[in-house]
Ligand binder design. Structure first.
Ligand code: ZN
Length: 73
């Protein structure tokens, strides 16, 4: 979906990108990977406006590393 711009469920091309964001209190499109908002991992969502399917991606390599450091034991 991120690369093909096509929904894997209904094959629609009506895909929108919803960027990750951080708000105070840890709300928003992100994964918590620590105690502060600065350690939040941004999650970009891709929504199919035809069937409602959502795909989620962590776009930043730094954010992937943060999540791995926090969750991989
Ligand atoms: Zn779809």
């Amino acid at each position: 979906m991120k690369f093909t711009k096509e929904c894997p469920k209904c094959h629609s091309n009506d895909i929108i990108r919803i960027p990750g964001e951080t708000q105070s209190g840890g709300m928003g499109n992100n994964i918590r990977a620590g105690v502060t908002v600065f350690s939040a991992v941004m999650v970009t969502k891709y929504l199919c406006c035809n069937c409602g399917f959502i795909e989620e991606w962590v776009d930043s390599p730094q954010d992937m590393a943060k999540a791995k450091k926090y969750y991989a034991r």
